[in-house]
Design a protein around this ligand. Structure first.
Ligand code: HEM
Length: 528
């Protein structure tokens, strides 16, 4: 054996090895070069040359991929093709092409490639958002979610949950301001959204009231870790050769986290099954457990599907509404003239003797304009969720090969200067009197996506943001803590599963309504 080792080392000298490596590198560069010219013949969308072996254009992306794509689109146009590792990726950055994708080719691009992180959290893509294709299973899931959570009837049934949780938020901020303490809006809004979701899903509040409760703390920790890890742009998803090395340490974290999630949801499901009178409670977990197993799902509405749906709903429904409301308050601190205008409207419509009710919303036009403007500048999912096609298509006159990863960069669309005047300016006036809606039909404003895969939580998410902001503005005037200037406020964003402000917003609030309107709510015991 020793002899053989000696012979090999004599055969291959360091110079030989360097030559082989250089040759390999040249081969990869030439391969990419010829492929690139070949693409051009097929009228492929323009894009930067995929210079890096294995990585392609990946090194062009930094911490905020949607901003990198936006900057690249200024050079290459509103449809461009990049090679991210081994994945052919097309990025759409104009309303015209978003309309073409979601109207003409919606079915073709309705496939959902599953990143490694979400594979684990959705039990192999069993939730509606990460089911790969649109089939009977996906349709049954969507139908069940809409019926139980988001239909007009369900929204009326869950109104008291939103009212109570927002009242609790107002009470907590009031307590902070009585003490003269700044309020951490990030934590308060997150807890509010989380409590709403957990009450709808399994009938329990999780945070805020029971901070000493160990189980609540553990649950919050799991969810925060999931949110953090789910947002990581995993190199292994783009460069399969690197996947086994787990360079970002994701796989090991996922395993630990998945065990904890499993344990948490398993206990909850078992407890529920042991309880007599399963059908008395009207939360989503009970609805799922009560469904006959064959109800449109074949035998797939097992425990793993239920866990995947619960987990996805928490991940999709919590941070999205909380970060949008936080951005809205931050923008209004920077532009107090708009906050004042919204407060005048609230005072006119609601007065000072009661709190805002959901039935007031249609009259709160200025508030609605503020919410739209916030979604325009700060869409929680700036690239929507990834889409994929299995058949070749032509978009904008360019050939899109099968298995292309497609991102619709709504962050870029929302900043298109041919649509929005001074697009980088926060100015809700642009939506006053406009009939642009958030429902996915107006392609210049798409924070909830569009087409078949449009967000099913849209009605719930929108009403939660509108009501949270309306109640907050009606109840308080706010300023930043001493020593901080709103004009210098750092508005840097972070790319994660949502796109929050990098530095959490802290505010000092002053009450503007009679004291009895800040009392803590009496919580009804169950979700619905
Ligand atoms: C401010 C609130 C929200 C925003 C901005 C938002 C945004 C989005 C976006 C952009 C998509 C992807 C659309 C696409 O790929 O074209 C999506 C999908 C989805 N959202 Fe939301 N969402 C919000 C709230 C919610 C809530 C409250 C829930 C439910 C608990 C929810 C559940 C889902 C699900 C299940 C999908 C996947 C749909 C599918 O692929 O079939 N979202 N959402």
């Amino acid at each position: 054996m020793a002899d053989i080792v000696v012979k090999w080392s004599q055969l291959i000298t360091p110079i030989d090895l360097t030559l082989v490596l250089v040759l390999l590198l040249l081969m990869i560069v030439f391969h990419n070069f010829f492929r690139h010219s070949y693409y051009k013949k097929l009228k492929r969308a323009p894009g930067p040359f995929p210079l890096w072996p294995l990585l392609g254009n990946l090194p062009l992306l930094h911490k905020l991929p949607h901003q990198d794509f936006y900057n690249l689109s200024k050079t290459y146009g509103d449809i461009m093709e990049l090679k991210l590792g081994s994945i052919c990726t097309v990025i759409i950055s104009s309303p015209r092409l978003a309309k073409e994708v979601f109207n003409t080719h919606d079915q073709a691009f309705s496939f959902r490639p599953l990143p490694t992180t979400l594979n684990s959290f959705t039990y192999g893509g069993r939730s509606a958002g990460w089911t790969y294709k649109i089939d009977d299973y996906w349709q049954s899931l969507r139908k069940m979610e809409v019926l139980q959570l988001f239909s007009p009837k369900s929204l009326i049934a869950s109104k008291h949950v939103r009212d109570e949780e927002i009242s609790s938020l107002i009470h907590d901020v009031f307590e902070d301001c009585k003490e003269g303490e700044p309020t951490n809006m990030r934590t308060r809004l997150f807890d509010t959204s989380m409590n709403m979701m957990t009450r709808l899903l399994f009938g329990e509040r999780y945070f805020g009231l029971k901070l000493s409760d160990k189980k609540s703390e553990e649950f919050k920790d799991i969810i925060l870790k999931e949110l953090a890890i789910a947002g990581i742009f995993n190199i292994g998803d783009f460069v399969p050769l690197l996947r086994p090395f787990d360079l970002q340490g994701i796989t090991s974290q996922l395993k630990k986290l998945r065990l904890k999630i499993d344990q948490f949801f398993d206990e909850m499901i078992q407890d529920r099954l042991k309880q007599n009178g399963l059908n008395d409670s009207k939360d989503f977990l009970n609805a799922m457990l009560s469904l006959p197993k064959t109800h449109g799902f074949g035998d797939r509405l097992g425990d793993n599907t239920i866990k995947a749906i619960l987990n996805e709903s928490i991940l999709a429904g919590t941070d999205t509404t909380a970060t949008t409301t936080e951005w809205a308050i931050a923008e209004l601190l920077k532009h107090p003239q708009f906050a004042q205008k919204a407060q005048e409207e609230l005072d006119d419509v609601v007065g000072f003797e009661r709190v805002v009710d959901e039935s007031d919303l249609p009259q709160l036009k200025y508030l609605q304009a503020i919410v739209k403007e916030t979604f325009r500048l700060h869409p929680p999912a700036p690239l929507l969720l990834p889409h994929e096609n299995i058949e070749a298509r032509e978009v904008g006159g360019y050939h899109i090969p099968p298995k292309t990863l497609l991102y619709v960069n709504v962050w870029a669309i929302h900043r298109d200067s041919s649509i929005y005047e001074n697009p980088l300016e926060f100015n809700p006036k642009r939506f006053v009197g406009s009939n642009i809606e958030l429902k996915g039909k107006d392609f210049q404003l798409l924070p909830f996506g569009s087409g078949r895969r449009v967000c099913p939580g849209l009605p719930f998410g929108l009403i939660t943001v509108q009501m949270g902001l309306a109640r907050f503005l009606h109840s308080f005037t706010v300023r930043l803590p001493k020593g901080e200037s709103s004009q210098d406020m750092d508005m840097t964003e972070v790319f994660s599963i949502t796109t929050p402000k990098e530095i959490p917003l802290h505010v000092v609030a002053t009450a503007r309504l009679p004291l009895h309107l800040y009392v803590a709510p009496q919580f009804t015991t169950c979700g619905n």
